[in-house]
Ligand binder design. Structure first.
Ligand code: SIN
Ligand code: FE2
Length: 217
């Protein structure tokens, strides 16, 4: 299915769930444009391939990553940062497709954050058994813009905690096309992804892809 760029993506009225103050889960918000998103991801990955980055502590992450946009999130022995250049190719990250920008802006607006214009889209690839430990998204210059996170492929268990690492977490199942938006009082909530259960997704096979949109500067 093709979504017109001038048509509203979430117009079908997705089911919404409030998570914490400032955080919402928009069920199925991206589903109508999944084919376009997957084609755009394939084109990005053909230029800037998925790679498993190293943490500053020297551990290789299980989740493979790439980016699109004028800035990309990078981790290596020297730390976490945003960089305009892909260290693997030595070239700028692939441009952010207009369908990505439209989706991120509309999802943010739907969750109460109008005017969101991300310049970074981190693309995470999960295979069965891979996970993302509990963390805060705090490498951005300021926290007044929300985070928009889009799930595609195999379902994952998203761990949603509080402002302290030790806070108890709530588990949300994120399926193909689900979008989570968090900002305001929830901007620095600890979150992570439990080890991905094996399965076979009709569009993406044994994989989950997550797009995380951020305003970095
Ligand atoms: C992230 O926190 O960077 C990714 C979250 C997800 O994969 O759902
Ligand atoms: Fe995150």
């Amino acid at each position: 299915m093709t979504a017109d760029l001038f048509e509203s993506i979430g117009s079908a009225g997705p089911a919404e769930e409030a998570m914490t103050d400032g955080a919402r889960l928009l069920r199925g918000f991206a589903r109508a444009i999944d084919g376009e998103l997957i084609a755009a991801i394939d084109a990005i990955v053909a230029q800037s391939p998925f790679r498993r980055m190293f943490t500053p502590g020297g551990h290789q992450m299980s989740v493979a990553m790439t980016n699109s946009g004028s800035l990309g999130w990078v981790s290596d022995r020297s730390g976490y940062r945003y960089d305009a250049i892909d260290p693997t190719t030595g070239k700028p990250w692939p441009a952010m497709p207009s369908i990505f920008r439209k989706l991120a802006g509309e999802a943010a607006a739907q969750a109460g954050f109008a005017g969101f214009r991300p310049e970074a889209c981190l693309i995470n690839r999960y295979e069965p058994g891979t996970k993302l430990s509990l963390h805060q998204d705090r490498d951005e210059k300021n926290y007044d813009q929300p985070i928009v996170s889009v799930s595609l492929g195999l379902p994952a268990i998203f761990l949603w905690g509080g402002l302290k690492r030790a806070d108890k977490t709530v588990r949300y199942r994120l399926g193909h096309g689900d979008v989570v938006v968090w900002g305001g009082p929830s901007r620095l909530v600890y979150h992570g992804v439990a080890p991905l259960a094996d399965g076979e997704h009709a569009r993406l096979g044994r994989r989950r892809i997550n797009l995380t949109f951020r305003r970095a500067r």
